[in-house]
Design a protein around this ligand. Sequence first.
Ligand code: GUN
Length: 167
Amino acid sequence: MNDHELYMRRAIALAANAPDLPFGALIVDGDSGTILSEGWNKTSLNPMWHGEIDAINGLAASGVVLEGKCLVLYTTAEPCPMCQAAILWSGIETVVFGTSIRSLQRLGWRQIDILAEEVIRRSPGWNCTLFGGVLERDCDALFQKAMLQRVLSSDVVPIESSRESVE
Ligand SMILES: Nc1nc2[nH]cnc2c(=O)[nH]1
């Protein structure tokens, strides 16, 4: 297991224990390998409280000196445009994710249809590199299971099937 997979395992563990939606994230000092902050989705408290935002807020609250640090954010899913913008504003240079926004959509998850790479492309002069697909099958399985649980426990309809039913 390489380092990316090791940290992604931790993001998956955070996501699996998240009470709301299975999005987990952590921020690592890329030079020392130290985990600086961990977070998970808390959108039942606040719709903007995504896993990545939780990790960024935790890092800001920790008082760690960020200047000169090479920050890497691991997340079970590709950051949405709100989170990707927050990542840019936070100076996080590298993002490693498991499931893509396209896969989330295929699995029935409602997502804003702007990919992280597009947010970066439209922000010339801002520095951020994306690595997608790390432990993708494990992350996909997490989202597939959570969607199934949501469908079985309520009247949530995965968006693909709701779209088909209107067309
Ligand atoms: N990447 C990501 N996408 C989301 N979509 C809804 N919530 C989240 C979240 O916490 N993280």
